[in-house]
Write a protein that binds this ligand. Structure first.
Ligand code: HEC
Length: 595
């Protein structure tokens, strides 16, 4: 035995050190003096190991009759136990904590014989036979498992463990505020048109930004994509689409988000590049976002933001957007004032020491967690997506580490950085007490981190290529959308994970390329968006049953979800978006909308 972690264990085993334990020579030559006391000692030692804190009894019962593990009353030989330790992941704890020696195995086998009431008359011979057997098994392993190694094998084995890397993390971001400026411009304005959506008071509605990139191969025969983007509004209580509007084609761009101003009056879309003199997008112009009226559902203006809008959410009474593909010198993140149509603050990758992928405010909007990508996986803007795809396609076996940067939203300083075990983290969920951050990574893995230290509480597998995630109202479950991102897999499941243990508890069936999943503001439903089929799926959080599948107009790809509440006096308020709950509503804090 070595490296025993438990003091009690050390004390117990120490009592054996004074006993005539077999020497290596005796073991090899099989010269064992035949006396009863040596068998007694073996049995006692076996019992001590079997019944120790992290012993066999935990899973096989003290009687050996079996619990989680099967009965041992057939009397396994040391070789049989050894085989389990080599091959049975459930017995990892024995390997790591007890790490039994050959003689420990012999002792336990002998003790199990007594539990099973198997004869002990020839115990000395049996024990010697076992020792020879075990030596033969290990000897053949040593001879037959010397395989050729390449320089690449050596390199792969030399890769630093995550733990060591995390413990020796070196700061990537600059010290001091990372906030800078980006001068936005309103480059076009449009007539808002006529009101199409007439909300009722004291009712909740959903808004959805819909694009033109569903996957025809998985839709019905004869499916034709919409020609342009659409803003869709529906009734969150009856689960019906009410109205939509398809934009002029010149304003089409690839949709990635649904984002609305805190007052629910405007929606924001990824836009094309700013128009040139002929009015069409100018390939060398700045990238824009399109602002849309929430009642006429029509575009009203176009604003340069220096990068391609990715995700957005309400933040401190304004908007927080993260970006894809920056213009030269363009920002990675912006704070946008929806009242003045100005970018009032920006963050650049250079100051963060890596590429910012997505950003996630906590529940108090005190900190923002930025999911960070190392560079080196694509020309120009280094996309972690290229690395992830390469990983799934077998071109890479490992990638540089991705990390989380925690930004204080008062000082705009990065106050904590921690690496994540997974590759290409996409999404983060912060619990309502701001204690934990759940990070979902593209390599089919989710991890729970301490929000103050970054320490990993658990990591576990999700469905393939996961993207979005959400906690249920009591925060016992993490729902993960298994999109197939990077894996080119047509993901259509949701994995429900236990937030305590990280184990999957259920896999739910859904719609293709399920991208985002969000708990509704009544706390009872989980809604997911399908990029592949242009549908929203509404699940009952408790029964896990599908309540409704809502088709988007022309099955345009659905991205993100916004819930807007119109109060008794008809004022609108965003109560839920991809970042969080807003406007005083939060089912995770026991304040739900009652419908
Ligand atoms: C954490 C739980 C756990 C602990 C602790 C544990 N086992 Fe097991 N063991 C299992 C499970 C589960 C199986 C069945 C594995 C399978 O089905 O493949 C198993 C299988 C076995 C088997 C194979 C049984 C057969 O039917 O072939 C043997 C032998 C065994 N364990 C011996 C031990 C001994 C000896 C110890 C203590 C040194 C021990 N186990 C500790 C969980 C455990």
């Amino acid at each position: 035995m070595k490296n025993l972690p438990l003091v009690s264990f050390i004390l117990l085993s120490a009592s054996f050190l004074g006993n005539p334990v077999l020497s290596q020579h005796q073991q090899e030559s099989g010269l064992i003096s035949s006396n009863e006391s040596s068998i007694d000692q073996l049995v006692q030692r076996g019992k001590m190991l079997f019944d120790s804190d992290i012993g066999c009894w935990v899973c096989h019962a003290q009687s050996g009759e079996g619990l989680v593990g099967p009965t041992l009353l057939f009397g396994p030989s040391p070789s049989e136990i050894y085989f389990q330790l080599q091959s049975n992941a459930l017995m990892d704890v024995i390997r790591t904590e007890m790490d039994p020696s050959d003689e420990d195995l012999v002792a336990m086998s002998m003790y199990i014989r007594t539990l099973a009431n198997l004869p002990l008359d020839d115990a000395i011979d049996i024990a010697n036979g076992w020792r020879q057997d075990l030596a033969a098994v290990k000897g053949s392993e040593a001879n037959e498992q010397v395989f050729p190694r390449s320089a690449r094998d050596d390199q792969i084995e030399a890769i630093e463990t995550f733990e060591s890397f995390a413990n020796n993390w070196e700061r990537r971001s600059k010290v001091g505020s990372v906030l800078t400026q980006y001068d936005s411009r309103v480059v076009a304005t449009f007539e808002p048109g006529e009101q199409k959506f007439f909300p009722e008071n004291d009712r909740t509605y959903f808004y959805e930004n819909v694009g033109t990139n569903s996957s025809p191969s998985i839709l019905y025969d004869g499916y034709v994509s919409p020609k342009s983007n659409q803003l869709v509004v529906g009734d969150a209580e009856s689960l019906e689409v009410i109205a939509s509007y398809e934009f002029p084609e010149a304003l089409r761009a690839t949709v990635h988000t649904s984002a609305m101003s805190p007052d629910g009056k405007y929606a924001y879309f990824t836009g094309p590049r700013e128009p040139g003199i002929d009015g069409t997008p100018d390939p060398s112009g700045a990238q824009t976002m399109v602002k849309v009226d929430a009642l006429t559902l029509q575009p009203i203006s176009q604003i340069t933001i220096g990068a391609r809008l990715h995700h957005g959410q309400v933040f401190r009474g304004k908007m927080l957007f993260d970006m894809f593909h920056r213009d030269p010198g363009g920002p990675a993140v912006i704070i946008y004032d929806h009242e003045t149509d100005e970018v009032v603050g920006a963050i650049k990758d250079i100051d963060m020491g890596g590429m910012v992928y997505t950003v996630w405010p906590d529940n108090d909007h005190k900190y923002i967690y930025a999911l960070m990508e190392p560079t080196g996986y694509a020309p120009g803007r280094s996309s972690g997506m290229v690395g992830l795809v390469s990983l799934y396609q077998g071109e890479l076996v490992a990638m540089r580490n991705f990390w989380v940067a925690k930004i204080d939203a008062d000082t705009w300083e990065v106050v904590l950085e921690f690496p994540v075990p997974g590759y290409r983290p996409n999404w983060a969920v912060i619990d309502s007490k701001n204690e934990f951050v759940y990070v979902v990574s593209g390599n089919s893995q989710a991890c729970k981190h301490d929000a103050n230290t970054g320490e990993v509480a658990w990591c576990n597998g999700t469905g393939i290529g996961p993207y979005g995630a959400s906690l249920n109202a009591d925060e016992t479950e993490l729902w993960v959308a298994d999109k197939g991102e990077g894996a080119h897999h047509l993901g259509r499941t949701i994995t429900v994970m236990d937030t305590e243990s990280g184990h999957a508890t259920e896999t739910l069936y859904g719609t293709y390329k399920v991208d985002h999943v969000l708990l509704s503001p009544n706390g009872k439903e989980m809604w997911s968006t399908s990029n592949g089929e242009g549908k929203l799926t509404v699940y009952d959080v408790d029964t896990k049953e599908t309540i409704e599948i809502i088709d988007m107009p022309q099955n345009g790809d659905a991205h993100g979800m916004i819930w807007v509440y119109y109060n008794e006096s008809g004022e609108s308020l965003v109560v839920r978006d991809q970042g969080n709950f807003h406007g005083g509503i939060n089912p995770q804090k026991g304040i739900s909308l009652n419908y």
